[in-house]
Design a protein around this ligand. Structure first.
Ligand SMILES: [Zn+2]
Length: 263
């Protein structure tokens, strides 16, 4: 095994990255997945407007690189990349946790440790999760998808909130919103809450209501910290509106819908 030193040639700035430098370069958008994190464990599930998935709403979405994309990148960086479990991590001074596994990931002749844990999964799924998690963790030590880890941990809620603000505002303008392009001022928490309230009142279907609420997960998180009473008000409004909009429509006499009528 000879290390493959990375040489970025100054005379060939466009030369493709290889080895460890390739591992470190940002992932393209089509290889980045969205991991929904419902704001509450018992959030009602619904079709998510942001990722198209079906999960608890509202939720923040964390960017991450899935196993297939990461493996693809490892192979591109070094077709002979390999990993092995660390047999006795405690003897190396590594902290251990039940169900977890330390691995040694070797790419282009360089080895780094990573730790994986099953994240609540059971049986065979737990084993796969442990391996995948350890690979992600070790690959991060090589800089793979480092920007995502950073953003996911530090700025996810802020970014989500901005998107929610824009979408909620464009869908259901608050009563005192004026037309025209005035210099945008950052809205206060109370203003943002008022906008969400207006958006929840304006929706006409349960699905749209869920979407509008789902897009405001960042705002809900802020309210939870700074104004839980206002959050409780908004939650009650959401529940009331959801119940209103979820009432089944009166049954048709014929039991068939318009587009099924055969004449
Ligand atoms: Zn989603």
């Amino acid at each position: 095994m000879s290390p493959a030193p990375v040489k970025l040639r100054a005379d060939q700035p466009d030369a493709p990255l290889t080895g460890l430098a390739l591992l470190r370069s940002p992932f393209p958008a089509n290889q980045i997945s969205k991991l929904p994190k419902p704001y509450k464990k018992d959030s009602p599930k619904g079709k998510c407007a942001e990722c198209g998935g079906y999960h608890g709403l509202p939720a923040v979405h964390l960017d991450y690189v899935g196993h297939a994309a990461l493996t693809d990148r490892l192979l591109d960086a070094d077709p002979t990349w390999t990993w092995e479990p660390v047999a006795d991590p405690a003897s190396l001074g590594l902290p251990t946790a039940a169900g977890g596994m330390w691995i040694k990931l070797t790419v282009a002749g360089v080895s780094r440790y990573g730790f994986g844990h099953p994240d609540g999964k059971q049986g065979g799924d737990a084993v796969k999760e442990v391996i995948g998690d350890a690979l992600r963790n070790a690959a991060m030590r090589f800089g793979a998808a480092l920007d995502l880890w950073h953003k996911g941990d530090l700025h996810a809620i802020e970014a989500e909130d901005e998107v929610a603000e824009q979408k909620a505002a464009s869908k259901a303008p608050a009563p005192n919103t004026t037309k025209g392009a005035e210099a945008p001022k950052p809205p206060t928490l109370a203003e943002r809450a008022n906008r969400l309230e207006a958006a929840l009142k304006a929706q006409t279907t349960a699905d749209a209501l869920r979407k509008a609420y789902g897009l405001a997960s960042g705002l809900c998180a802020d309210l939870d910290l700074k104004d839980p009473e206002r959050l409780a008000e908004i939650e009650r409004l959401y529940e009331t509106r959801f119940a209103e909009l979820s009432e089944p429509a009166p049954k048709e006499d014929f039991g068939i819908s318009d587009d099924e009528i055969p004449f």
